[in-house]
Ligand binder design. Structure first.
Ligand SMILES: N[C@@H](CCC(=O)N[C@@H](CS)C(=O)NCC(=O)O)C(=O)O
Length: 219
């Protein structure tokens, strides 16, 4: 059976959501981020991204990792694109052109949006802003996001989905990245088509199921 290494409170959420959409069974090994543990290297520490057993699988020490038979893959987006191609119709590409479009939106998400969206999540979304400087860092991150989000907004203004006129892995990959900035109303309020699309993605039963999986995990 497919194995997902990584707790759902991580980028493993993207893979879990897709598996729920496809109805693909998987076994989840709850490797937790080392930085979330007081003593990740201690003798009683749960399996985490510093554990030698996990590092043997993933030298980068990052979750998620996917195993499908003899194949081991890291990088969450490579995992979702692989699963969608192999198991995921209609969530995967029907042809090479759709494949390229799904990669285009996925790379747009990870290169142009994810770093600044994560800054917003950590300093604003989780209420961790402690210094006056943090407010400026969040505002600068939001400013940098306007251009890539405008590209997304213009696309979604006339379409319900990113690729092929149907919900696909491209929507999952983009929605999971945008979620990090979702709580920042000053930014997201400028993009009504994008927020409407994001709400629709998150109303899907498979997303709700993934979210329940997350909430069931320790914080
Ligand atoms: N680009 C990678 C990033 C992986 C990554 O940074 N994962 C985080 C959790 S979401 C992690 O494992 N951090 C481990 C640590 O800092 O100990 C991906 O998309 O899979």
């Amino acid at each position: 059976m497919l194995k997902i290494h990584g707790v759902t409170r991580s980028r493993a959420s993207r893979i879990v959501w897709l598996c729920h959409e496809i109805g693909l069974p998987f076994q989840q090994i709850p490797v937790i981020q080392a930085y979330r543990l007081p003593d990740p290297d201690g003798p009683d520490a749960p399996l985490n991204t510093h554990s030698p057993a996990f590092l043997a699988l993933s030298p980068a020490g990052a979750i998620p990792v996917l195993q499908d038979g003899d194949l081991t893959i890291s990088e969450s987006m490579a995992c979702t694109l692989y699963l969608a191609r192999k198991y995921g119709q209609p969530f995967g590409p029907a042809d090479a052109a759709e494949d390229a479009q799904m990669m285009q939106w996925t790379f747009h998400a990870v290169t142009s949006i994810e770093p600044d969206a994560l800054t917003i999540l950590f300093l604003h979304g989780r209420g961790q802003a402690q210094q006056a400087d943090d407010t400026a860092i969040v505002a600068n991150a939001a400013e940098r996001l306007i251009r890539p989000l405008r590209v997304l907004e213009d696309h979604l203004a006339t379409r319900g989905h990113l690729v092929g006129g149907r919900f696909t892995v491209a929507d999952i990959n983009m929605a999971e990245v945008l979620r990090y900035a979702q709580s920042y109303g000053d930014l997201m309020g400028q993009f009504p088509a994008t927020t409407g699309w994001l709400d629709a993605c998150q109303a899907r039963p498979a997303f709700r199921q993934m979210w329940e999986d997350r909430l069931a995990e320790p914080e």
